[in-house]
Design a protein around this ligand. Structure first.
Ligand code: SAH
Length: 233
């Protein structure tokens, strides 16, 4: 069973969005596992789990001694899973990363709070620093939920309609076309006629054209990659 080990000082933030709908059902049915490790339970000396930074500056830094104690609660197998630390200075994660992680046994995640964590935790335990975007959050918990959700939806059996995964943006090399449902007309905006024609060949053609236009316009980087791959093939 695929497993996420999450180190956090706010385990009460979970399962959050991971507890609803398809992903929540899959969690209840033990199709994947969420192992929360509460860092507050592993204070060093008195009652501290963090301390002020050497060299000065604002905020608190998670102690490596606290992390070490908490890490010891993992099994040998869990200790060898890929480790990621959420951080705005990390490498931005992509669908490709999530795909790889979904094919592994699981992942260990460390959520920072306040100023972050002692660098030696990252160096000693070989964490990869990853970001979910160029902005700054207050903590890594929502980043962990985001990444776990992205991984778990790729696990076989979790998302009912497996086909829908494969037509989503980023699974395909192009961004997704526009989607419509009933009613046919909404405030004088009409659903494109072709989509109502029942001609599947024409519909596929229309959607592909739209995907291309949207990708060119919004993500010239993805479009350039798509073109380069077409040429090299
Ligand atoms: N002092 C740090 C920011 C700390 S923000 C710095 O300047 O790099 C507190 C925590 O929020 C971080 O430790 C990280 O776990 C999380 N976080 C903030 N922004 C994030 C982002 N863009 N992606 C992933 N995690 C983020």
């Amino acid at each position: 069973m695929w497993q996420a080990n999450v180190f956090t000082i706010f385990p009460e933030a979970f399962p959050g969005t991971l507890g609803v709908s398809l992903i929540g059902d899959a969690l209840a049915q033990k199709k994947w596992d969420l192992n929360l490790i509460d860092l507050k339970k592993y204070p060093v000396k008195s009652d501290r789990i963090d301390s002020i930074p050497y060299g000065g500056g604002a905020g608190m830094i998670l102690s490596p001694l606290t992390f070490e104690k908490a890490f010891e609660t993992l099994s040998d197998n869990q200790k060898h899973m890929k480790k990621i630390y959420f951080s705005p200075r990390g490498r931005q994660m992509t669908q490709n990363d999530l795909q790889k992680l979904s094919q592994s046994e699981g992942v260990t995640m460390l959520c920072g709070r306040y100023e972050g964590v002692d660098q030696r935790i990252l160096d000693y335990y070989e964490f990869e620093e990853v970001s979910i975007g160029d902005f700054v959050l207050l903590g890594g918990e929502s980043a962990a939920m985001t990444i776990i959700e992205g991984i778990v939806r790729l696990l076989p059996e979790v998302v009912g309609n497996n086909e829908s995964i494969h037509t989503d943006s980023f699974q395909e090399p192009l961004l997704e076309y526009n989607q419509y449902t009933r009613p046919k007309e909404f405030h004088s905006l009409e659903v494109p006629k072709i989509l109502r024609s029942g001609n599947h060949e024409k519909i596929d053609e229309f959607r592909l054209k739209q995907s291309i236009e949207i990708t060119k316009q919004r993500r010239p980087d993805i479009w350039a990659k798509y073109v380069a791959e077409k040429i090299s093939r």
